[in-house]
Design a protein around this ligand. Structure first.
Ligand SMILES: [Zn+2]
Length: 168
């Protein structure tokens, strides 16, 4: 239901990932949501969609609200539920999820220290977001490749080396 809703509306993307990891579920239940506490999190600063929990997502009526809440963003936190990322490629959706998951883990670790949080100035957060929202340099055709394009072949080689049974 969730995946088809996004695919039906966002024709600019080809992959939707959705997870229920402990760190993602934990941040999804925080009123503050994802905070720009570190460079990894700033990749998503101001560009995270939030969707309120309505129960297990089986109601077709919820589809439009999911699409509206994602908007043009690449990532969405499903409140009290988990994480969702999209990408123009599988690789991009994957690295978006990897970074969002890492940002959630790090936020929880930071908050668990139990002291006041140090946030950079908004101007620095905005600058970092602009720096990280796309690849740092264009390719020889002048286009900015999707995130993950460079990492993906290496990740597949790593997977092949550890356990190639996913191919069967
Ligand atoms: Zn779910």
């Amino acid at each position: 239901m969730i995946h088809s809703a996004i695919h039906g509306a966002r024709h600019d993307i080809t992959c939707v990932l959705h997870t229920h990891t402990p760190a993602g579920m934990a941040v999804s239940a925080l009123d503050c949501g994802l905070l720009p506490l570190n460079q990894t999190a700033m990749r998503f600063a101001g560009s995270v969609g939030y969707h309120d929990f309505e129960g297990v997502a089986v109601d077709l009526d919820e589809r439009q609200r999911l699409v509206d809440d994602l908007g043009d963003n690449d990532v969405m936190i499903l409140r009290n539920h988990g994480l969702l990322t999209v990408g123009v490629t599988v690789a991009e959706a994957f690295v978006n999820m990897l970074r969002l998951e890492r940002a959630c883990q790090t936020q929880l670790l930071t908050m668990s220290a139990g002291v006041s949080l140090r946030m950079p100035p908004q101007s620095v957060i905005d600058r970092t977001f602009q720096q990280l929202r796309r690849q740092p340099s264009p390719d020889k055709n002048g286009r900015f490749p999707p995130h993950g394009e460079r990492e993906w072949p290496a990740l597949l080689r790593l997977l092949d080396e550890r356990d190639a049974s996913y191919k069967n």
